[in-house]
Design a protein around this ligand. Structure first.
Ligand code: AMP
Ligand code: MG
Length: 404
């Protein structure tokens, strides 16, 4: 049996780097960017008016001019104009380029406009630079605006679009097969016999993966039948990039997975981790066309399955796709806790910020690792290390929020 930290390291060390692919920007949200993106020009690309008003030379105002003859109109999208003289102004709209010789925009609310002339009413609004979003003040041409590794979301789309990236290089989305095993499992829409239960793990895993940005998933169910498992696993190892199995990996009479995976040439890296829940966790890799692909076999108990997904599978996939690692979250334990077995304890907990800004985790009592009802009342789990047996209220430990 290995520790949580050893298991984490073995998994992360086994993850190479997924290939890249080019996608249209409109389809890029949720993908991991695999190139640095640079500004193709200064931004803003011209001195841009931030108001509707008039553009003037502030020097004329300082020297006493208050009323300016309007010589024309600068519109957003029109080429740059030029002031004919310091006694004149140009009516200007938000987003229009500031005319040459002008260095100030006075907004319409601070003006009186009549008979083709504009009079400045508020002297404080006529200083040099006023009302101007200056050329190159956001970034210079060539500056790196987005780094490889970022997860593309609407705000990154805005940057990429504005610098002309119609397509971007992203990590290839892995094809993930989620396989729930167990004779007792029946479909969600069936009426179970008293000894049967409805399948929840595979749908939960797929939903969590989807929320974390892994959208290419297929779900299957297999009975505890070694030949059926072997045939299906063999096919999936040919077609899928990741296998996530749930159930059938412990020491029960019908736990066929460890043997099946070995028979199919999956290289077992470990089984048994000193943690509760989730001790039977199994991890291995398989080779196809000289690349290693991961196989995670998670315990079937829903709480074990869910915590192992968050503790191991999601960070592993993030590393594989070259996503910039997320900062570790910590939370203050809100309940004195004693736990004697030499295991790391993953405690599902409700989380909140206190009035002084501390992130706090209050464990929610749960009734064995089969109790997924209690998990639904929590926000993640707090991890209490195996080296200790007593954990005081107020002490800080790693916290893993559930993806949502
Ligand atoms: P196993 O790891 O196969 O021994 O399963 C452990 C427990 O988890 C058993 O009580 C199973 O019925 C339950 N379980 C396994 N797979 C699922 C699933 N897909 N959905 C809900 N519960 C499951
Ligand atoms: Mg089973």
């Amino acid at each position: 049996m290995i520790s949580v930290e050893e298991a984490e390291k073995i998994i992360l060390d086994s993850m190479g780097t997924m290939g890249k692919t080019e996608v249209e920007l409109a389809q890029a949200s949720g993908h991991v960017l695999r190139e640095d993106l640079q500004a193709d020009r200064d931004l803003p690309p011209f001195n841009r008016s931030t108001f509707d008003g008039i553009a003037i030379a502030s020097k004329a105002f300082r020297e006493g001019t208050r009323t300016f003859a309007i010589q024309g109109t600068a519109l957003a999208g029109s080429p740059r104009l030029s002031l004919d003289s310091r006694e004149q102004c140009v009516e200007i709209m938000t987003g229009a380029p500031l005319p040459d010789e002008a260095d100030c925009v006075v907004k319409i609310e601070d003006l009186k406009i009549e008979n083709g002339k504009a009079t400045v009413l508020d002297p404080d609004q006529a200083e040099s630079g006023h009302g101007i979003h200056e050329l190159g003040s956001d970034c210079s041409k060539g500056e790196t605006l987005l780094k490889a590794g970022v997860t593309i979301s609407p705000k990154e789309i805005a940057v990429a679009a504005s610098i002309g990236k119609a397509t971007v290089q992203v990590s290839t989305m892995p094809r993930i097969a989620i396989i729930a095993t167990g004779d007792e499992l029946v479909p969600v829409d069936s009426v179970p016999e008293p000894h049967q239960i409805r399948r929840s793990n595979d749908l939960t895993l797929a939903t969590a993966l989807n929320a974390a940005g892994y959208t290419s998933t297929t779900r299957l169910h297999l009975d505890d039948d070694p030949s059926e498992i072997e045939a299906t696993v063999s096919k999936l190892l040919e077609s899928e990039d990741v296998l996530i199995l749930a159930g059938g990996i412990s020491k029960g009479k019908r736990d066929y997975l460890p043997e099946t995976l070995l028979n199919q040439g999956v290289d077992r890296k470990f089984q048994w981790v000193s943690q509760r829940p989730g001790k039977p966790l199994w991890f291995g890799t398989f080779q196809r066309e000289h690349h290693d692909f991961p196989v995670f076999a998670l315990p079937g108990n829903p709480v074990s399955c869910f915590t192992c997904l968050h503790r191991y599978v999601l960070p592993a996939l993030d590393k594989w796709l070259a996503r910039t690692p997320k900062a570790q979250t910590y939370a203050q334990l809100q309940e004195e806790t004693a736990f004697h077995p030499p295991l790391s304890l993953f405690l599902p907990a409700f989380a909140n910020f206190s009035s002084d800004g501390a992130y706090q985790a209050t464990p929610v009592p749960f009734n064995t690792s089969g109790d997924f009802i209690s998990v639904s009342k929590t926000d993640g789990f707090i991890e209490l290390p195996k080296e200790r047996t007593h954990f005081s209220k107020g002490q800080t430990f790693k916290f893993y929020p559930w993806v949502s």
